[in-house]
Design a protein. Structure first.
Length: 176
């Protein structure tokens, strides 16, 4: 007999609010829009410059613009766990945005968008996902601030690494 009764079902449900996150990170980089967009678009090379990206594998190539392409990402943060999820590109506008759906350790949607103001390119990443590992959903009511901090720390490092790789200045980073 299960001593937790229906509680286990609540935490395993994919529509549970416990593991839902909406995260926004913004990088302001003194670099040309085209160069920044190219670095983000070509995510197969992220492990070369972004230390938190363990591996990126192409699963499916998609059409000429990459719509329908699927890549598997493995990430490590500052806590002793890794995330692996697939991203399928569903919308793409050159020099404007990339939108993908996630499946795996997280499910939901991510969006990179790009704008420029003078010599500063703004990179905005929006992540609206829910975690799927049962242990994370069990801990989410208590560990949410730590999970969010970990995500923001990974994104901070990503902005710094991108600027370094482009030999550019990271003007500012905003997390919300």
């Amino acid at each position: 007999m299960n001593p937790f009764g229906n509680l286990e079902k609540v935490f395993k449900r994919t529509d549970s609010k416990f593991g839902e996150y909406r995260l926004v990170n913004i990088w302001y980089i003194e670099a040309p829009l085209e160069t920044v967009c190219d670095a983000i678009y070509h995510s197969l090379s992220w492990p070369q410059w972004w230390l938190n990206v363990v591996e990126v594998k192409e699963i499916a190539s998609g059409d000429a613009q990459g719509i329908g392409s699927v890549r598997r990402y493995t990430w490590r943060g500052y806590f002793p766990y890794r995330f692996t999820f697939d991203i399928c590109v569903i919308h793409f506008a050159p020099l404007a945005f990339i939108v993908g759906t996630a499946s795996g350790d997280v499910e939901g949607q991510g969006r990179w968008s790009f704008t420029t103001d003078g010599n500063v390119t703004t990179v905005r990443f929006e992540w609206q996902v829910r975690t799927t590992p049962v242990w994370m959903n069990w801990l989410a009511p208590f560990a949410r601030p730590f999970f969010k901090w970990n995500h923001n720390a990974v994104m901070q490092r990503g902005g710094e690494a991108l600027a370094h790789m482009l030999k550019a200045r990271l003007v500012n980073v905003v997390h919300s």
